[in-house]
Design a protein around this ligand. Structure first.
Ligand SMILES: C[S@@+](CC[C@H](N)C(=O)[O-])C[C@H]1O[C@@H](n2cnc3c(N)ncnc32)[C@H](O)[C@@H]1O
Length: 322
């Protein structure tokens, strides 16, 4: 381990090899663990060489996956993001020490070019350390609407009056979260994830003040999401450059992703995820049509928003309500 830094009392970003660091951590010490490991695709990281021999890569993955589960609390969840090829192996390793909950297909809208059947989605394996004790909150996303006319994209026929005013429950196929498309929103890192992807996972599986763990923190996506949602983060990266970027980003973050006292996730001024259990508190902040049939063409919007300034990589993602 090459140095531990606590950006503030709540967050710890470690420069080191995640396997060694995890081996020094107590069992059942974090609430959830999320990993976005190197994909072994020869990506150009600042220092890590992303091309191990096939069996060597898998043996290493089995080790860190087992460590991640060991340090997670019995009520906790373990999430692993990768392309389907590697997830088929990871699932086996996870089945040895944890219990399957879901395979989330993240259809991060991109247009794969070059070959037929190129992966058009990423997978996120979701395992519970102990399924019976697993902390899990149902989550909702806003109704999908035509960008031009504002009408609901899905035809609910005569059932409109029964729709949830905010939007449907999220299924295991996520199509509403794009990869980061513009360089101005990126750090110098080849595979940075969008913050609101991590916010959705965190809202689904943790409470405020819980500890989120990420062994491959990169330039700090999970750290930023956890900080904005009032959670604690422990993150590790083998690359000093990425560790420094993450620590600097954390210094600028505040726990502001909320409406009133309720944690929510925003992307570019729009709510993207809420926990279903929170709707009762949130509803009073929204303009909801008195005749629910009007939801067909009336977007249910929050009443007053004030946009808070955030780090340069993720402008307008969190908001305060006056
Ligand atoms: C796919 S990237 C993670 C990106 C991150 N999710 C983000 O959004 O910024 C994988 C990261 O793992 C780091 N890494 C590779 N081997 C590692 C190891 N043994 N311990 C800790 N980090 C490692 C790389 O430096 C790289 O930043």
């Amino acid at each position: 381990m090459r140095g531990i830094s606590t950006a503030n009392a709540r967050h710890t970003i470690i420069h080191g090899d995640c396997l060694k660091v995890m081996q020094s951590m107590p069992a059942a010490s974090v609430d959830i663990a999320f990993a976005d490991p190197p994909f072994n695709l020869n990506k150009k990281y600042a220092s890590y060489h992303d091309q191990r021999e096939f069996s060597d890569y898998l043996q290493w993955c089995r080790q860190w996956i087992h460590e991640m589960v060991r340090i997670t609390k019995p009520s906790g969840s373990v999430f692993v993001h990768n392309i389907p090829k590697w997830l088929t192996f990871y699932a086996q390793f996870l089945h040895e020490v944890a219990e399957f909950r879901h395979w989330i297909a993240w259809d991060a809208p991109t247009a794969p070019m070059g070959k037929t059947l190129q992966p058009g989605h990423y997978g996120i394996l979701y395992f519970a350390k102990e399924r019976r004790k697993n902390k899990f909150y149902e989550i909702r996303y806003p109704h999908r609407r035509c960008r031009k006319c504002g009408y609901l994209l899905k035809d609910y026929g005569g059932k409109k009056a029964k729709l949830h005013p905010f939007g449907p429950l999220v299924s295991d196929v996520w199509t509403d979260i794009h990869r980061i498309r513009h360089n101005k929103h990126r750090d110098p890192h080849p595979c940075q994830l969008p913050v609101h992807l991590l916010e959705r996972i965190i809202l689904m599986s943790t409470d405020a003040d819980d500890t989120v763990f990420d062994p491959f923190i990169g330039t700090g996506t999970t750290a930023v999401a956890a900080a904005r949602l009032g959670r604690r983060i422990i993150g590790i990266d083998i690359d000093k450059k990425y560790v420094d970027i993450t620590r600097n980003k954390l210094k600028q973050e505040r726990s502001v992703s909320k409406i009133g006292g309720t944690w929510v996730s925003f992307f570019r001024g729009e709510l993207i995820t809420i926990a279903d259990k929170d709707w009762e508190q949130l509803a009073s902040y929204f303009q909801i049509p008195t005749d629910m049939k009007q939801i067909d063409f009336t977007k249910v919007r929050p009443m007053h928003t004030v946009t808070a300034k955030h780090s340069r990589t993720a402008p307008c993602q969190s908001h305060l309500f006056s």
